[in-house]
Design a protein around this ligand. Structure first.
Ligand SMILES: C=CC1=C(C)c2cc3[nH]c(cc4nc(cc5[nH]c(cc1n2)c(C)c5CCC(=O)O)C(CCC(=O)O)=C4C)c(C)c3C=C
Ligand SMILES: [Fe+2]
Ligand SMILES: [Fe+2]
Length: 358
C-alpha cells in the first residue's frame, strides 16, 4: 500500500470502495476569519492565544492569554481598518463552505458519498463544533484535509493538534478510523492548477515573456524553521520548483522569485520580505510583475487587502508599471477534483488516532 499519507502526503492512486455500512466524512480545516468588525478583536485574541502562533518558552506559558489580550487589543484598530477595506469582514467562511460543497460534488462524481465538514481554528465554525457534528452524524471513517498546501506548525500543525486533542478525549471518536493529510503541495493536480492560473494571468500582459513572476508566500518566524524544524520553507521552495517546472514544460520560462509576506511583530521572519523585493525589483528596472499568492487556496485579507491594495500601491510607487495578481484557486474544478482524488487516496490509510503515526 506504500507509505502512509501522514508521512509523505499522498501520491499513489488507489481504488478504494466504501463498505455499505461505512459513512464517510471529510473535515476541511482552515483558520477562519472575523465575519464582522466586532469579531476582529476576539478573533485576534483566539489567534494569539494559540501556543503555535506565539511560541513562549515553557516557563512563560502562563503569560500566553494576558499577552494575547494585549496584542489583540493593540492590533484591533488597524486590523479593523484592513477588514473594513475588504467589505467589513473575512470572506473565508463563505469561500470554504463553497469549497466543501464543490468537494462533496466532486467525490459524488467518483461514486464516493461523503459528508464534508468545515472546522476553523480561530473562528466559527470552530473545529470543536465540526467534530461534534461528525459525531452526531455517526460518521464511521474520516479524512482530515487542511486547506494549506504546505505544512506549517502555525497552520496545519496547530489545527491538527486541536483536532487530535478533541478526538483523544472522546471514547467514540478515539476509535474512529481517521486519515490525516498533512500536506499536498506536491500533488500534480494542484501544481497543474496553479500553472494554469499563472499561464492565464501572464496572457493578460502586453509582453507576457517579460513579466517577473513573484511568488508571495505567507511568512513565519525564522525560529519555526531553524529551531522548531518547521518543514514549511522547504516545502514552499519545492512547491515553487514544481510549478516552474510545469510552466517550463509548457514553454513558459519567465523569471521568478519567492518572497514572504504578512509579517507581524518584532521577530525576524523568513526572508526576503515581499515589500523589500518589490522595491528592489522596481529599482532594478523590472516593469511588469505578476504576484502569485502561494500559501492560500481562497481569497482573504492577505490577498484582497495586503496584496491587491498594499503591495500593488508599493509596486506602482517603486517604478513597476504593470501589475497583475493570480486569483486564489477557490473552486477551480481541476483543483477540487484533485482534492477529491487526495481524499480517496487517503482512505486506505485510515486508522484510529491512538494507533496513528503522531
Ligand atoms: C499559510 C498560511 C498562514 C500562515 C503560515 C500563517 C501564520 C501566521 N499568521 C499570523 C498572524 C495572523 N494571521 C491572521 C489571519 C490569517 N492567517 C492566515 C494564514 C496563515 N497564517 C489566514 C488564512 C488568515 C485569515 C485571513 C482572513 O481573511 O480573515 C491575522 C489576522 C489578519 C491579518 O492581520 O492579516 C494575523 C494577525 C502569525 C503570527 C503567523 C505565524 C506565526
Ligand atoms: Fe495567519
Ligand atoms: Fe497572516
Amino acid at each position: 500500500m506504500g507509505t502512509p499519507p501522514c508521512l509523505t502526503g499522498v501520491e499513489e492512486k488507489s481504488h478504494y470502495t466504501l463498505a455499505a455500512d461505512e459513512k464517510l466524512g471529510v473535515l476541511l480545516l482552515n483558520t477562519g476569519g472575523p465575519e464582522t468588525l466586532n469579531d476582529v478583536q476576539p478573533f485576534l485574541y483566539n489567534l494569539f492565544s494559540d501556543p503555535d502562533v506565539i511560541r513562549l518558552p515553557r516557563l512563560f506559558k502562563f503569560l500566553q492569554r494576558p499577552l494575547a489580550k494585549l496584542v489583540s487589543v493593540f492590533l484591533a484598530l488597524r486590523t479593523k481598518e484592513r477588514y473594513a477595506a475588504i467589505g467589513g469582514g473575512s470572506p473565508l467562511r463563505r469561500l470554504t463552505d463553497e469549497q466543501a460543497d464543490a468537494l462533496r460534488m466532486a467525490l459524488e462524481d467518483k461514486n464516493v458519498h461523503a459528508d464534508v465538514y468545515v472546522g476553523m481554528r480561530y473562528w466559527y465554525p470552530f473545529i470543536e463544533q465540526a467534530v461534534q457534528q461528525i459525531k452526531r452524524d455517526g460518521i464511521t471513517k474520516l479524512v482530515v484535509l487542511p486547506l494549506f498546501p504546505q505544512f506549517s506548525i502555525s497552520t496545519t500543525g496547530s489545527s491538527i493538534g486541536v483536532f487530535r486533542y478533541i478526538f483523544r478525549q472522546d471514547a467514540y471518536l478515539s476509535r474512529l478510523p481517521v486519515s490525516v493529510i498533512l500536506s499536498w503541495y506536491q500533488r500534480h493536480g494542484y501544481i497543474k492548477s496553479m500553472a494554469d492560473l499563472i499561464e492565464t494571468e501572464l496572457g493578460k500582459f502586453g509582453k507576457p515573456e517579460e513579466v517577473m513572476v513573484l511568488f508571495s508566500a505567507h511568512g513565519v518566524p525564522i525560529s519555526y524553521v531553524e529551531d522548531a524544524g518547521d518543514p514549511y520553507k522547504d516545502q514552499m521552495e519545492e512547491c515553487i520548483y514544481l510549478i516552474t517546472q510545469e510552466l517550463k514544460a509548457r514553454g513558459i520560462g519567465n523569471d521568478h522569485t519567492l518572497a514572504y509576506q504578512s509579517r507581524v511583530g518584532p521577530l525576524q521572519w523568513l526572508k526576503p520580505y515581499t515589500t523589500e523585493v518589490l522595491v528592489e525589483l522596481g529599482r532594478k528596472g523590472v516593469k511588469s510583475v505578476l504576484a502569485v499568492p502561494i500559501s492560500f487556496v481562497s481569497e482573504h485579507i492577505e490577498t484582497l487587502e495586503e496584496i491587491d491594495m498594499g503591495y500593488k500601491d508599493l509596486a506602482l510607487g517603486s517604478g513597476i508599471e504593470n501589475w497583475g495578481r493570480v486569483p486564489a484557486l477557490g473552486c477551480t474544478s481541476s483543483f477540487i477534483r484533485d482534492l477529491a482524488d487526495a481524499v480517496v487516496e487517503a482512505l486506505p490509510f485510515a486508522k484510529a488516532l491512538e494507533s496513528d503515526c503522531a
